[in-house]
Design a protein around this ligand. Sequence first.
Ligand code: FBP
Length: 327
Amino acid sequence: MNTPITLPEWAENQSSTQTPEGVELSAIFQALSLLGKMLTETIRSGGVDLIGAYGSENASGDSVQKLDVLANTMCKEFASTHGRFAAIASEEEEEIVYLEESITAPYLLAFDPLDGSKNIDFNGPIGTIFTIYKRSDTADQSTIMADFLSATTIAASGFVLYGPRTLFIFSIGDGVHTFQLDPETQEWILLQDTLSLPDPITTYAHNDSYVANWDSASQQYLTAMKERHPDTTARHIGALLADIYRILVQGGIFIRAFDNASKRSAKLRLVYELRAMAFIIEQAGGAATDGLNRILTIDATDIHHRHPLIAGNIAEVQEYERVFRAS
Ligand code: FBP
């Protein structure tokens, strides 16, 4: 059996071939890995009093869970003491939070502290999503909002997936790296140095209850896709990062079209959910679109901008685009 490689060992090995920015981003992910461990401990050892609704709604109108609030506080504390982030955007914060202590820092951190909160009650997979943005001008605080909204400032993304095992998956633009938390040693152990999306369309993932409300092109694509791939099977976890990770491991397509075609309403958030997933999917050799545009070229209109996401194997994403554009 190979000797396990820990995250710090792996990062040290990478550093000789990385640019200074790569080394810096790698160091940020090592710091995020420590936050990931603390979050894991809180989620796994938290008492029953941590389960359940907090009693409010967030900016997107979702019912906030107690664990959402706790994870958000932990992520915020991490960002405000880390020193390399000037501001944060979170699903659980109405507005951008400016970090006065490090306001001239070169990066911005966006996060969904607890993705898939609807899974908490039945002990299903949940996770934390991070997106790192690079500031365009560290001397000007007024550019921070525009940097969060811009499609061109994303530098890296990653997520911690709390399932039966805890995984940390991230990319700084040099492929997708996967680590698994060893519960005994509390070390992140390298699981896969470079994760590539496999070719077969093994699974497709969408919330079936919305299909009737999809635009006709998305419905048409789905029907034809099932005919083209008769062996493909449906799987939907209901936590975006877990659905995307399954596709990264097994191949397939994730579809979250407009939830209501006529009102053009969507659920998933661009700044702290979709771009992170699109960045990882592309780095693994896949693609992510809204039907017309590549997700990573879409500017957000506000920090909680909601948008459709169709992501997975390139050939299928392109076919979705073809059908969507023709409609
Ligand atoms: P939260 O971040 O509030 O948990 O919401 C996001 C999300 O849970 C996604 O992870 C998931 O794909 C989606 O909502 C599920 O929503 P729905 O239940 O409407 O299908």
